[in-house]
Design a protein around this ligand. Structure first.
Ligand code: ADE
Length: 248
């Protein structure tokens, strides 16, 4: 997978991209990430990327030309490489569709993504109308720019690319991957300060353990995020458990 990130603050990506899962994915040739500075695609002496909004109002607006030209510089090779496959051009903005595991899965199916980090108070609307094909928000709060949002999206997406995680199973069990929250986990020692690990986990009985995991996931989801249970496929056994818990 190749991910292009267009930003005014490329240095923000340096450390995250050279650490952990990003580095591993790049080292394994599963991922190529290219961060491009939008400011490098300006032509005036001051490298202007923003300007006052027409009609007045607070703050500055990201100009269209440098963003269009940055993308055109990047996509010069894209048409040759990718043929007719459409590449999502995603603007990170609080106005976008709310990011979720489902969207991460959807994006992980593409071989190439372009992420544009908005900045200032807004972007020229013509970017939305004529360049961007998707807009994503990582939550109902406002950041100064799309950089951290782009990192969030990138990490959630690449961990779904086969081979990026050490163990594929760890992604499958994750909270939200299953639609419900992850069950409690324990590791050694079996007793710490008098607090013991649930006996079932030490039993070696895989069927019992699997049942316990499922039950605990449901208990947790019902307590913390009950609305998630409306969206997942539940077995008859799950439903009985939920009825019991609701009555208790
Ligand atoms: N840029 C500023 N705030 C943002 C948010 N919540 N999500 C994505 N991009 C943003």
């Amino acid at each position: 997978m190749r991910i292009d990130i267009l930003t005014l603050f490329p240095q923000m990506f340096q450390s995250p991209l050279s650490t952990g899962i990003f580095k591993r994915a790049v080292d394994r040739n599963l991922l190529e990430i290219k961060v491009t500075n939008i400011r490098d695609h300006t032509h005036d002496k001051h490298h202007t990327v923003d300007d006052y909004p027409y009609g007045g109002g607070a703050g500055m607006v990201l100009k269209p030309e440098p963003v269009f030209e940055t993308l055109e510089a990047i996509t010069a090779d894209m048409s040759r490489e990718q043929g007719a496959v459409p590449v999502p051009i995603i603007l990170l903005t609080p106005l976008g569709r709310l990011f979720s595991q489902e969207i991460a899965l959807e994006l992980s199916q593409y071989s190439r993504l372009v992420l544009i980090c908005g900045h200032y108070e807004g972007v020229d609307e013509r970017l939305r109308e004529h360049l961007v094909t998707d807009e994503i928000s990582i939550g109902d709060y406002v950041l100064s720019g799309g950089e951290l949002a782009a990192m969030v999206v990138t990490e959630a997406v690449i961990r779904l690319v086969p081979g990026v995680l050490g163990s594929e199973a760890s992604a499958i069990d994750d909270s939200h991957a299953t639609g419900i929250l992850e069950y409690p986990q324990y590791t050694r020692p079996p007793e710490y300060r008098g607090w013991t690990v649930p006996e079932v986990l030490l039993s070696g009985n895989h069927a019992r353990i699997a049942r316990w995991h499922r039950e605990q996931s449901i208990v947790r989801t019902l307590k913390r995020r009950p609305e998630l249970l409306d969206k997942v496929n539940l077995t008859a056994e799950d439903r009985q458990l939920i009825d019991r818990l609701r009555q208790a």
